[in-house]
Design a protein around this ligand. Structure first.
Ligand code: FAD
Length: 288
């Protein structure tokens, strides 16, 4: 393969993407905000908006476009694939080029339960989701580029109310559909307050039932948490939820179904009604 282009908004992601690119391409171009020297050539860009960056990267002729793994990297990767009308394989964990014509890549599927092997005609876009090793510094040729103005303007930004608290919380009281009603979420909030923790929830509680705001969803498409104590109330424990809580130190599950998947993934299990559990805990802790 002749040329690869790499981009990531963060340095480690950039180095990792470059490392992968060099394993299969003769020439690697980087696009970035900082003048780091890990590619043969670096386009030093002056704007951070996704559409401006995607426009520019799409204009570079390459066989492979390699991106890091941040949300922004993935947005730009998808835009490049769309603008160039080429294939896109996200989250790859291995890659090889077959007959100089196509990429064969593996990616984790079903929240870690399977690995899919995919092929894509070159040129192709990939994002990387594991370490591809170190990359050495090079004698990089640097070219400054003034990007086109973005079509999207930021009108206002404000701090998210709570997701930062959840990501760093040491104790999380988490609610699932099994809690039964929005009124019962108030009990979970009361328990979290007594314990000095935060409240989170499963996807249906946020997206379908609207019991909690969007920034409280835990799991694959929500926030990944790593508390010391995670109390899962009426949560079945599907893989998409478990992937967001696997770094918790202690998981306590309260569920009426002894066969719910969360039961096998918890350190302590209470088979019973989550609302009763909440009321009892609040009463006993208040009494103390
Ligand atoms: C692409 C994709 C991304 C996804 N991302 C996420 C994600 O980020 N986060 C996420 O959570 N899900 C996600 N999901 C959804 C996920 O697959 C499950 O559907 C979801 O986690 C189930 O939520 P739940 O456990 O609250 O509800 P349910 O699966 O309905 O489980 C309810 C549980 O409550 C128990 N229960 C019932 N009554 C009581 C009671 N009175 N007391 C105690 N227990 C009781 C039941 O036994 C059951 O185990 C995603 C799915 C897809 C396809």
């Amino acid at each position: 393969m002749t040329r690869a282009v790499v981009f990531s908004e963060d340095l480690n992601g950039f180095k990792n993407a470059a490392s992968l690119a060099y394993s299969i391409a003769n020439e690697v171009y980087g696009v970035g905000y900082n003048d780091v020297k890990y590619t043969d050539k670096l386009y030093l860009i002056d704007r951070t908006e996704e559409d401006s960056i995607a426009d520019f990267i799409s204009s570079i002729n390459a066989n492979l476009y390699v991106f890091g793994n941040s949300k922004k990297d993935k947005i730009i990767a998808a835009q490049v694939a769309g603008k160039r009308k080429i294939g896109y394989i996200p989250d790859i964990i291995s890659v090889e080029v077959s007959e100089g014509k196509k990429v064969i890549a593996e990616r984790v599927a079903y929240s870690g339960l399977a690995i899919s092997k995919l092929e894509c005609e070159l040129p192709c876009v990939v994002t990387v989701s594991k370490s591809f090793g170190e990359v050495k510094e090079r004698n990089t040729q640097i070219e400054r580029v003034n990007l086109k103005e973005s079509k999207i303007k930021v009108i206002e930004s404000k701090k998210a109310t709570s997701s930062a608290d959840l990501a760093n919380a040491q104790i999380i009281v988490s609610v699932g559909r099994g809690l039964g009603s929005k009124d019962n979420v108030a009990l979970a909030e009361e328990l979290a307050k007594i314990l000095g923790g935060a409240v989170g929830g499963s996807r249906p509680v946020v997206t379908e039932l609207g019991w909690l705001p969007e920034d409280r969803q835990i799991g694959l498409s929500g926030i990944k948490v790593r508390p010391k104590l995670y109390i899962a109330l009426g949560i079945s424990g599907q893989p998409q939820h478990l992937v967001g809580i696997k770094d918790s130190k202690i998981i306590v599950a309260v569920n009426t179904d002894k066969n719910a998947p969360i039961v096998d993934n918890a350190d302590y299990v209470i088979i019973g009604d989550a609302v009763e559990f909440l009321k009892t805990m609040i009463e006993r802790l208040k009494a103390k």
